[in-house]
Design a protein around this ligand. Structure first.
Ligand SMILES: NC(=O)C1=CN([C@@H]2O[C@H](COP(=O)(O)OP(=O)(O)OC[C@H]3O[C@@H](n4cnc5c(N)ncnc54)[C@H](O)[C@@H]3O)[C@@H](O)[C@H]2O)[C@@H](O)CC1
Ligand SMILES: Nc1ncnc2c1ncn2[C@@H]1O[C@H](COP(=O)(O)OP(=O)(O)O)[C@@H](O)[C@H]1O
Ligand SMILES: [K+]
Length: 494
């Protein structure tokens, strides 16, 4: 799914209005009906609903939502903040459409701001994607009052005061909703850690905007959905054999850190690789052979760390990094490996940290190599610091484009930057996965997919998605706090 900027979303609305064709007031109705459908499916009519409206189209949505909820027997109180003389035409029309007996209160001064009770829902329709400056004055006071209350806030399209495509200042006043119900497509802000408390749990509702506009309008940003990946899962042919599914090589582990490479190795096999060889220091030989009899082991002559450049001819993909350590001899091995590469590679953890310490190495990383840093590792690779998450994203994009690499910046909504300048935000995964070893599992999965011949960009996007999916299934079984990396492996399968 494409992620559009506010300007593109506005053009998308206009395109739909002109080409469907549909009146803008009817499009607003469609949006409001979609919001109410979501709301009624989640909350019954026992709790009072307060709707706070601005005078733009977001406020117009709020008024239409009020009308539809009243028809459905919800107890609704409407407040309108008079922040301008004249509302938009669709706001005005929806105000007219409200039943004369609807309880409407205009807020023209601070004393008219209500207190919001803890058992109520506050539907936030003050400001939407038309935000041009931070919220101030009366609107900011209303937002503050909502945030100070214990009411459950639900934002229409986007939290009031939150910029969709650019960073807010830390002092900006923004609704902190429990939920955001966004129309048609997510906003860039939904994927930024710094916006988390201003987004809450977000859901998309379709309002039937033009499919042809979506298809023909370019954007660097995408949101990965299961539907978009369905063509990547292929049934195995009846006469296929282990040689049909590639031979992966994983290099990692060091004394005290053998668990990492064991986790990667298990995940690699579960991703469907036909054969797996693990190169590890000799101290890991018994550990690997015992814990994972399905894998072959290539013991390094060194007892504690990896030092030997492997003969890479037999392997269709290589993954290096989990538990690797940063011994000077390991560094030499990594240098040798990078200079002899012919197959696709995943670089993770200490392989990335070694490259950070020896930045010249970055230039021997081949095109389309997949790097899987968490934010700290990425910051070390960049040797630079970002001001905010939007700048981090821009830096990620430039880095991947300039070096022609695939970079999976891990975390909630892992951002996968491709050499073509696109960024793909993941839609699966949960905070239960914030536990040691989860990243090692991902390295194994992507290496296994590469070994089977999946193109690197697909392997990164599909692997990250399936890793999160398995993590979600695991969390459902054992709860997020109890989840450990092995549970992700046990839930793998697609
Ligand atoms: N046909 C459409 O365009 C549709 C629009 N929809 C709704 O329309 C919203 C966007 O509507 P608008 O573009 O009218 O934008 P808003 O409803 O966000 O209102 C912005 C208006 O307030 C002013 N404003 C901006 N920042 C302000 C601030 N900090 N303090 C006070 N006033 C401020 C702007 O100058 C503008 O006039 C979407 O978020 C969505 O809720 C939906 O109804 C779907 C269809
Ligand atoms: N809050 C979260 N939501 C979703 N996924 C998460 C979250 N925290 C961590 N993860 C995922 O778990 C993995 C953690 O990787 P990493 O930090 O490298 O861990 P480790 O080095 O311990 O293996 C990444 O794939 C990341 O996307
Ligand atoms: K809003």
């Amino acid at each position: 799914m494409k992620v559009f900027s506010v300007n593109q979303i506005r053009a998308w609305d206009a395109f739909t209005i002109a080409h469907e064709p549909i009146h803008s007031i009817d499009l607003m109705e469609r949006a409001s009906v979609a919001f109410v459908k979501w709301f009624c499916a989640h909350f019954d009519d026992r709790c009072p609903v307060t709707i706070i409206c601005g005078m733009g189209n977001n406020g117009g949505d709020g008024l239409a939502i009020a009308r539809i909820l009243i028809q459905k027997c919800y107890a609704v109180q409407v407040y309108i903040v008079k922040h301008t003389e004249k509302g938009t035409p669709d706001f005005a029309q929806n105000l007219q459409r409200l039943h004369p007996q609807t309880s409407i209160q205009w807020i023209e001064q601070e004393a008219q701001i209500p207190t919001f009770t803890s058992n109520s829902f506050v539907i936030d329709a003050l400001l939407g994607s038309g935000l041009t400056r931070p919220a101030t004055g009366l609107i900011a006071k209303v937002i503050q009052q909502v945030n100070d209350s214990e009411a459950t806030a639900i934002s229409v399209d986007i939290a009031s005061g939150l910029f969709a495509d650019s960073p807010n200042a830390p002092s900006d006043v923004i609704i902190k909703p429990a939920y955001t119900i966004a129309f048609q497509c997510p906003k860039l802000a939904f994927f930024q850690p710094q916006c988390a408390e201003y987004v809450g749990e977000w859901h998309l509702v379709s309002i039937g905007l033009s499919e042809s506009y979506e298809a023909q309008t370019p954007t660097p940003y995408f949101y990965t959905t299961a539907a978009a990946l369905s063509s990547l899962t292929k049934a195995r042919k009846k006469y296929s054999h282990k040689g049909s599914f590639g031979h992966a090589l994983l290099i990692g582990g060091s004394y005290g850190k053998m668990g990492s490479i064991v986790l990667s190795a298990k995940a690699c096999l579960r991703s469907g690789a036909g054969l797996l060889t693990v190169q590890a220091p000799r101290c890991g030989y018994d550990i690997l052979q015992t814990s994972l009899p399905e894998a072959m082991v290539l013991p390094d002559w060194h007892w504690m760390v990896n030092t030997t450049v492997p003969d890479i001819k037999p392997y269709s993909a290589i993954g290096i990094g989990p538990g690797l350590g940063q011994d000077p001899q390991t560094l030499l091995m990594l240098k040798g490996l990078l200079s002899s590469l012919t197959s696709p590679i995943v670089l993770d953890a200490d392989a990335l940290n070694l490259i950070s310490k020896h930045p010249d190495l970055l230039h021997s990383v081949p095109k389309n190599a997949i790097l899987t840093p968490h934010p700290k590792e990425f910051q070390r690779l960049l040797n630079d610091q970002w001001k905010d998450d939007f700048e981090k994203l821009a830096m990620l994009r430039t880095f991947a484009q300039k070096l022609q690499l695939i970079v999976c910046l891990k975390g909630a909504h892992t951002a996968i930057a491709l050499p073509d300048g696109s960024i793909h935000f993941n839609s699966t995964g949960n905070p239960g996965m914030a536990t040691g070893g989860s990243g090692d599992v991902l390295t194994g999965i992507i290496t296994g997919l590469l070994a089977q011949g999946m193109p690197p960009a697909d392997a990164a996007i599909f692997g990250v998605f399936q890793h999160g999916n398995a993590g979600d299934r695991a969390a459902q079984k054992c709860t997020q706090p109890a989840l450990i990396a092995s549970d992700i492996i046990n839930e793998m399968g697609w």
